[in-house]
Design a protein around this ligand. Structure first.
Ligand SMILES: *Cc1c(COP(=O)(O)O)cnc(C)c1O
Length: 357
């Protein structure tokens, strides 16, 4: 990677450029895709040391050794979180310390040093401020932040990389799934992760994602929005979709698979559980069989990217189950409260939001 140079001001001049002005793009047409922004945050450290001072540099390609650990052996993890613009002009992050802690967990698992929670949150804030004009107007979308932690030092042998890079880039995004309702296919051939705590399903390891492209590509070609994975030990219990956790509603109870090492512990999952409990619902974390899910009243997915999205149908082999969707559902109610807190419309009694400026 090229040595980072510190460029804190926009090239064409003043701070005011990054002030109230918006970038010149069509804010009505945002989807979940990459839009290049102005700056990214980069911080490096050598093996055995701690991360120290990072810097903002112009967004662009990075230079990396062909022998880097991330490229050769997949020594890398990522995070995903969003910045929300409020009606009264503030910018909020949602529980960024949770992402920092999860990154630390992943780093420990993959033998990498990680930034401290404070360094992580500070770097996220700096990235948002430097790209302020890319934070969509309220109601039009959010600024998605993608922190990466990767082995970037060169080494030929199979061993932890001699150097690490923490990088954050960002992109304004809209809805993850157009249409807002999911038709899931239960995947009965490929698994996302190894059952139990021996695998890496519980961390956002870069190595967990490309192996599921086959399943997702096939499901999408057949008209499904996403796949739902089963546990690799028995093939009987549901785990999660490609990038979101799953909840099942039956009568007045809410069920979601327990965190056991193979499921990604979502920040949205955790927040939705708390919100539901506050509303007086019983939330049960345990194994859920496919059969149980097929007979549920309502099913929904949670994640930073999908927020809370209703599942309209689940197809398992030849059987298709349909669920309640629309305004009267519990998922709509939970989504309303979550988004209300995230965007500053509902009072944040739990101190989940962090103001950026
Ligand atoms: C990121 C991710 C989630 C959702 O986590 P959040 O913290 O809610 O964004 C769920 N499952 C998988 C596999 C993920 O990668």
């Amino acid at each position: 990677m090229a040595p980072p140079s510190i460029l804190r001001d926009t090239e064409d001049g003043s701070e005011s450029d990054m002030g109230e002005n918006y970038a010149d793009i069509n804010w009505e047409g945002l989807s979940f895709s990459l839009t290049q922004t102005d700056y990214m945050h980069v911080m490096k450290c050598t093996k055995g040391e701690k991360f120290s001072q990072g810097s903002l540099i112009r967004y662009g390609n990075i230079e990396i050794s062909p022998a880097a650990g991330i490229i050769n052996y997949g020594q890398g993890i990522f995070e995903g979180l969003k910045a929300y613009r409020t009606e009264d002009g503030r910018i909020l992050l949602f529980r960024p310390e949770e992402n920092a802690l999860r990154m630390k967990m992943g780093a420990d698992r993959l033998c990498m040093p990680s930034p401290s929670v404070e360094q992580f949150v500070d770097a996220v804030k700096q990235t948002v401020l430097a790209n302020k004009r890319w934070v969509p107007p309220p109601g039009k979308g959010t600024l998605y932040l993608r922190p990466l932690l990767m082995g970037t030092g060169a080494a030929l042998g199979l061993a932890p990389s001699p150097e690490y890079t923490f990088l954050i880039y960002c992109s304004p995004v809209g809805k993850y799934h157009e249409g807002g309702r999911l038709n899931l296919k239960v995947e009965d051939k490929f698994h996302r992760s190894i059952a139990g705590s021996g695998g890496t399903g519980g961390i956002k390891s870069v190595t967990n994602y490309a192996p599921i492209y086959t399943a997702v590509t096939e499901a999408k070609a057949n008209g499904f929005s996403d796949v739902l994975f089963l546990d690799s030990a028995t093939g009987k219990n549901i785990e999660e979709a490609t990038a979101c956790n799953i909840f099942v509603v039956k009568e007045n109870d809410i069920f979601t698979p327990a965190i056991d090492g193979s499921i990604l512990p979502g920040v949205t999952r955790k927040s939705i559980i708390d919100i539901a409990i506050d509303l007086g619902y019983k939330v049960i974390e345990r194994s859920i069989s496919v059969e149980e899910m097929m007979s549920a009243d309502e099913v929904f997915c949670t994640g930073t990217a999908v927020v809370v999205t209703s599942v309209a149908s689940v197809t398992y082999k030849e059987t298709r189950a349909e669920y309640k969707t629309g305004a009267e559902t519990l998922s709509q109610k939970l989504q309303g409260i979550l988004v209300g807190i995230q965007t500053g419309c509902i009072e944040d009694k739990k101190s989940w939001t962090v103001q950026v400026d």
